[in-house]
Design a protein around this ligand. Sequence first.
Ligand SMILES: [Zn+2]
Length: 264
Amino acid sequence: MVHIYQLRRDIVHVCQRMYQRGYVAANDGNVSARVSDDRILITPSGMSKGFVREDQLIICDMDGKVISGNLNPSSELPMHLMVYRERPDVNAVVHAHPVVATGFAVAGIPLAQCVLPEVVLTVGAVPVAEYGTPSTEEVPESIKKYIQNYDAFLLANHGALTVGPDVITAYHRMETIEHFAQITLVARQLGRVNVLSDEQVQKLMQVREKLGIKGRNPLSCQGCTASCPNRIASEPRASSGEGAASEDDVVGRIVSQVLARLGK
Ligand SMILES: [Zn+2]
């Protein structure tokens, strides 16, 4: 286990970076780390991540009881606790509202196409967890469905969540998905998203194995090819990117053929 002083430093460092990069507004966002089997360290509620100090972090037990700290823990504490309970391999949880990734979350579009090698190699696919009222049990409930298979999540109409073996890795996953979201948005605006082929993905899989990169869902994708091993099943049809466009093309072609036969 990493020493608690180091964890405090890492959490504050990550909070400052999130604030500086505009991943949070006002008092948004929260960061936590596992301290021991029954203790976590979490940011306080109602405080800007740009100003939070190491001594203001709160220690809670796994039932959410405050063990030390003068402030209240983040209102999203139940979401953090659920992740630690469900994933013994996870030692840190980062939640923020980065603008472009959150835009995808609002649109209900997962970041799940095999497009960028670095993303395929590290976070893999990012599903959209169904909307839950912030600070209630609805939020952890909606993420629970996906928690065993992914390390990064979009929270519908809310924001993003990343988890990892340590604070910096969990935070880097947040940076990666926001960057991926920005690039995906630009490519969509340019009118074309070329996805990697099965063969290219297979080669990446070999590289990943060679490099010993660990992660839950390294090579899933959705909308790439039908044979891709881990397509996200829950994606709404209208948001399946290129897939949706080609379906529309098929419908369009059928309609024009029918109209042609009718002589119109
Ligand atoms: Zn939030």
